[in-house]
Write a protein that binds this ligand. Structure first.
Ligand code: GLV
Length: 328
């Protein structure tokens, strides 16, 4: 009997062809949470889910899915999935690491440069008709902050943090880093989080969101950042306390911020962060290039296909669900 796999939002049909031969695929339109989009019977009959980072795969939903055999997310982050609950049921969870590393590092660097050199502010200035003869170029017109030669503090030295460090080397920046695991990375001086915040002209966040990293950069930590620093976040909004960040920008303690991610997405237009002229924002597009997104979908489909064949997923965040290989 073919098993039932739900895909929470349309994905390119050509990338799903092989999977459709392996199982019954039901593609939802993403307008409702899974718990409302599917009937009780459909939830109960579901064997696998391919989801996005906007889908909450939480414990109440999982309780309604007694026959679930795998979850495969088209994302590297899995903070939207109750991984522990799934692990307890020996259900593998797949993600899409690796392929989005350079794309996301490029996005972090784009935000860093845009925030430091006031790119979005300058763009608005021209479009709003403010660049007039009486406000023409002068030596102190639209001054920004030098990136070259500055110190970059990278929080989280996984693959994306390391890719940001390589870009910073090309800008002749001094790169220091901190990661909860204490990992040492060539070209990056490992320091404590306290020292990183104290010394960095630019801080870029590259950690996964987990209970231990929620509000890691809270009001107290932000207050210890170097005056005039720029904060860049392309990881997850929940890692930075947004009210504390807005207050630090308003008081002039921080110079600017570049944000791709927010505690709640879509971010409310009433957010105090959006009122600040030196905050550059983009709508969670760190991995958003045609090629990278296609590769992410392919990996998510491969993860699902392997699970359907009873084989380990190539990219699994809870590999402990697989029985250890028998000793020889
Ligand atoms: C993007 O934020 C991802 O987790 O893939």
């Amino acid at each position: 009997m073919l098993r039932n796999v739900v895909i929470t939002q349309p994905l390119p049909a050509d990338r799903l062809q092989a999977l459709s031969k392996q199982c019954n695929v039901q593609v939802l339109d993403g307008s409702l949470p899974l718990s409302e989009a599917l009937s009780r019977d459909e939830l109960s009959a579901c064997h696998g889910v391919i989801c996005l980072l906007t889908d909450a795969i939480d414990s109440p939903l999982l309780e309604a899915m007694p026959n679930l055999q795998f979850v495969s997310s088209v994302s590297v982050g899995v903070d939207h999935i109750a991984v522990e609950a799934l692990t307890r049921r020996s259900i593998p969870v797949g993600n899409t690491p690796g392929v989005l590393v350079d794309t996301t590092a490029d996005a972090a660097f784009a935000l860093l440069l845009a925030a430091a050199r006031r790119v979005a502010e300058g763009d608005r200035y021209i479009r709003d008709g403010q660049w007039r003869p009486e406000s023409r170029w002068s030596p102190d017109f639209f001054l920004g902050k030098d990136v070259s030669g500055g110190t970059l503090g990278i929080i989280g030295l996984g693959a994306i943090g390391q890719a940001v460090a390589r870009r910073a080397a090309g800008f002749n920046m001094k790169v220091i880093g901190w990661t909860p695991s204490g990992r040492e990375v060539p070209g990056v001086d490992s320091v404590s989080l306290e020292e990183l915040l104290l010394r960095s002209d630019f801080v870029s966040v590259h950690l996964a969101l987990a209970p231990q990293t929620h509000n890691l950069l809270d009001a107290e930590k932000i207050a210890t950042m170097k005056p005039g620093a720029v904060l860049v976040n392309t990881a997850r909004g929940g890692i930075v306390d947004e009210s504390a960040l807005a207050a630090a920008l308003d008081s002039g303690h921080l110079y600017a911020a570049g944000l791709d991610v927010f505690e709640r997405e879509p971010v409310a237009t009433s957010s105090p962060l959006l009122r600040h002229p030196r905050v550059v924002v983009v709508p969670h597009i760190g991995s958003a290039t045609t090629l990278t997104r296609a590769k992410m979908v392919d990996i998510a489909v491969q993860n699902a296909a392997s699970a359907l064949l009873g084989q380990p997923m190539p990219h699994c965040v809870n590999p402990e669900v697989y029985p250890a290989a028998a000793p020889h």
